[in-house]
Design a protein around this ligand. Structure first.
Ligand SMILES: Nc1ncnc2c1ncn2[C@@H]1O[C@H](COP(=O)(O)OP(=O)(O)OP(=O)(O)O)[C@@H](O)[C@H]1O
Ligand SMILES: [Mg+2]
Length: 364
C-alpha cells in the first residue's frame, strides 16, 4: 500500500490529512488520485463506504489557488448528501485556507446569500439550486476546471441528466470530469459516451462489502412488523435503518415502532429540510435509535455504527439494494442487512440477486 505522498499528494496536504487521522490511502484513493492528478477524466465505481469522497477531493485539491475564484464543483443528488460531503471536505479545506460553499434546495435564499458572498474556491450542490445560482450569475463557473458528479447514476436516473450536461457546458471547455458511484446504469454509459468521450474507467474491488451479512426472509406483508420487532429484540444494536418503498409505508412502520416504544423518526421527502437534517443529527447522536426512510437516505450517507439495515420492501430500482445495505458495514465495521421478500417480490429479488451476485442466506 502506497502513502499519500507517493500518490502525488502535496506535502502540506499530507500533513493536514495526518492531523485529521487519515494516515494511509484506501484502495480507491490509491487508484483514483494519481489518475485524477494527471488531469484525466475518470469514471469509477467502488463499493459503499470505501472512501470515494476523499478520492475525488485529493485528485484536485493540490491544484486549487486559494486566492482565485471557483475552480471545483461537486454535484450530488440529495440535500443531506450535499451537507455531508461539504462537511467532510471542509474539515480538510479549512486547514488549507481553501473555502467551500454548499448550495442545496429547500433552504431559503437568505442562507445561500451568506455562502455566495464569500469567495469560495469549491462548491458542492444539488442540481436545481446550483444551476439556479449559475444562471442568476451568483456564481461564475467559467474558470471551473474540475467537475465531480457524485452518485452520478442516481442524478441521471432521477431526471437531472440535462442539468448535468448543462453544468458541463458552462464550465471551462477542457474541465476535467469525474464520475463516482457504487453502481453504474445505462444513463451513465450514455453520458460518458456522449459528453466525456475520453476517460479512464475503473471498477474497483467487489461491489458489496464483505463486512455485510445479508439475510432474506420470505413473508407476507402483514408479517413484516412482527418480524422487525423480533429482529430488534434478538439482535443487539445501536442504530438501525428501515427502508420502505413509499412514504405512506414509512409512516405506518414508524407509528408501529413508536407504539412499541422504539425511539424512531421518519425520513422522507414530505418533511421540511430542517426536520430531515435534525432527525439525522439525532440519529447520529444516538438520541434516536431507528430511522424509517425512503430512498432519499439510501445513497452516500455516512453514519457511524449503523448495525442493522432492513429492506422492509424490496427496492423497485434494483441498484438501490446495494446503496441501502451499504449504510451498514462501512469501512472495516461489520454490518447486517435483512430483506423481506413477499410473494410478489420474488422475481424482482431474484433479478437483484443475479445482477449483483449476492451472497444471501434465507432465514425463517
Ligand atoms: N484514507 C482514509 N483513512 C481512514 N478513513 C478514511 C479514509 N478515507 C476515507 N475515510 C473515511 O471513510 C468513511 C467513508 O467514506 P465515504 O463516505 O467517502 O464513502 P463512499 O465510498 O463515498 O460511500 P458511498 O458509496 O456510500 O457514498 C468516511 O468516514 C471517511 O472519513
Ligand atoms: Mg459517497
Amino acid at each position: 500500500m502506497k502513502s499519500f505522498a507517493e500518490l502525488g499528494v502535496k506535502k502540506d496536504i499530507v500533513n493536514v490529512l495526518s492531523s485529521l487521522n487519515f494516515v494511509k490511502p484506501l484502495e480507491v484513493q490509491e487508484l483514483i488520485v494519481p489518475l485524477a492528478l494527471q488531469g484525466k477524466n475518470v469514471v469509477f465505481t467502488s463499493r459503499t463506504g470505501s472512501g470515494k469522497t476523499l478520492a475525488y477531493l485529493l485528485g484536485f485539491l493540490g491544484k486549487i489557488n486559494n486566492k482565485a475564484g471557483v475552480q471545483m464543483i461537486v454535484m450530488v443528488p440529495t440535500r443531506e448528501l450535499c451537507i455531508q460531503v461539504g462537511k467532510e471536505m471542509k474539515k480538510i479545506c479549512d486547514l488549507l485556507n481553501i473555502k467551500i460553499g454548499v448550495l442545496y434546495g429547500g433552504r431559503d435564499m437568505g442562507g445561500d446569500h451568506k455562502t455566495l458572498v464569500r469567495k469560495n474556491q469549491i462548491y458542492v450542490g444539488t442540481p436545481g439550486r446550483l444551476i439556479q445560482h449559475i444562471n442568476e450569475k451568483h456564481i461564475r463557473v467559467g474558470d471551473v476546471n474540475y467537475v465531480v458528479y457524485d452518485e452520478s447514476d442516481q442524478m441521471f436516473d432521477q431526471g437531472f441528466y440535462d442539468e448535468c450536461v448543462y453544468l458541463k457546458s458552462r464550465v471551462c471547455k477542457n474541465a476535467q470530469i469525474i464520475l463516482s458511484s457504487a453502481t453504474i446504469t445505462e444513463k451513465v454509459q450514455e453520458f460518458i459516451q456522449k459528453e466525456i468521450v475520453t476517460f479512464e474507467y475503473l471498477k474497483i474491488g467487489v461491489l458489496i462489502p464483505e463486512t455485510i451479512t445479508q439475510e432474506i426472509m420470505f413473508c407476507k406483508i402483514q408479517d413484516k412488523n412482527a418480524a422487525v420487532l423480533k429482529l430488534f429484540s434478538k439482535k443487539k444494536f445501536k442504530r438501525a435503518i428501515i427502508f420502505c418503498n413509499t412514504k405512506v409505508r414509512s409512516n405506518g412502520v414508524a407509528k408501529f415502532l413508536d407504539f412499541n416504544k422504539y425511539v424512531c423518526r421518519v425520513l422522507n421527502s414530505d418533511l421540511e429540510q430542517k426536520d430531515r437534517q435534525n432527525y439525522l443529527n439525532l440519529f447520529k447522536e444516538s438520541k434516536v435509535k431507528v430511522i424509517i426512510a425512503t430512498d432519499v437516505a439510501a445513497r452516500g450517507l455516512h453514519i457511524e455504527n449503523v448495525d442493522i439495515v432492513v429492506n422492509y420492501d424490496v427496492p423497485t430500482k434494483l441498484e438501490f439494494y446495494v446503496h441501502r445495505i451499504g449504510r451498514t458495514g462501512r469501512g472495516i465495521n461489520k454490518g447486517y442487512a435483512l430483506t423481506f421478500v413477499c410473494p410478489e417480490d420474488v422475481e424482482r429479488f431474484k433479478t437483484i440477486k443475479e445482477m449483483f451476485d449476492l451472497n444471501v442466506k434465507e432465514i425463517k
